[in-house]
Design a protein around this ligand. Sequence first.
Ligand SMILES: C[S@@+](CC[C@H](N)C(=O)[O-])C[C@H]1O[C@@H](n2cnc3c(N)ncnc32)[C@H](O)[C@@H]1O
Length: 338
Amino acid sequence: MSNPGAIHLATNLGGKLKREEVIDTIEKYEKYHANYGGDEKERKENYADMVNKYYDLVTSFYEYGWGESFHFASRLKGESLKEGMKRHEHFIALQLCLKPGQKVLDVGCGIGGPLREIAQFSMTSITGLNINEYQITRGKLLDRKAGVDKTCDYVKADFMNMPFPDNSFDAAYAIDATCHAPDVLNFTFNLVVVFSGYQKPPFDIDDVSLKVGCYKEIHRVLKPGQCFAAYEWCMTDSFDPNNREHQSIKSEIELGNGLPDIRTTTQCLEAVKQAGFELMVLECVGLAPKGSRRVQTLLEKSAKGLLDGGRKGIFTADYFFVVRKPRLDSSSYEAAGN
Ligand SMILES: C[S@@+](CC[C@H](N)C(=O)[O-])C[C@H]1O[C@@H](n2cnc3c(N)ncnc32)[C@H](O)[C@@H]1O
């Protein structure tokens, strides 16, 4: 258990929420979900608001119960929870063959538990990308305490639309995070462009739609020939969308975890390929998970959904893959000025 998490939990439920905002926030959050009359379209359209409400509410609970890393991990016989989590993180570093000095992207970094562990283990410089401001504030503080603040940093942004130039990183990973994406391939992003002053805009539109998706964004910001590794949350191919019990388990997992939808393993694999990646490693491990009162109830429901999903074999939080952005062929290499 992390002491700072316990203090935050005792004194300040949720992230940057004021005490009086908690009830209103959880009510608005719940309304996005099927159990409270919400639908998938609305969750997908409002994914950023939904995810931020969720993490503002639960981050202190997570930190109290889980520590600094917010992901599942298998446990070997005799291994503590913390050791299992670290092994999970080291596994990613080893699968990505990280080398000292490399520039790495952590997509959806939480409060930076994996970032600090992997940066120290592999002597790399990691940028944590996160849409939630409160988590970034916690991450920066914990980085200073761990002494990795000179080599690692955080960027508050949406992984559907990353503020990095093309070909920026030597490696990227996502742990239990891209499951929050409304769409990993094609997502219509509405930018409202506001111009101030007398200068006329260079174009005649006030609403620009960009097609982006988080896998495509990761592909774009990785250098050619470099790899992306992920632990994804997926419905397995045993999931039957017409089975009411399966649907109800899926809805409970979405509600308890701030998810707009859960893709199947097949959809996930197809999406990484369509984003332009080559598949290097693929593994699917079964799930054996063990998280003011309403937030607690929300998390308890989530645990039930996760367990039921794992037991029925229709859900996994451990769909692991490593994919590579193809190397440039010699003509594109020369065209790129090399
Ligand atoms: C379950 S937590 C996992 C955090 C971290 N990977 C770890 O293992 O500790 C999911 C993370 O994804 C982030 N996230 C969700 N949607 C996001 C988005 N659209 N853009 C950036 N980060 C996002 C959340 O804020 C949260 O930090």
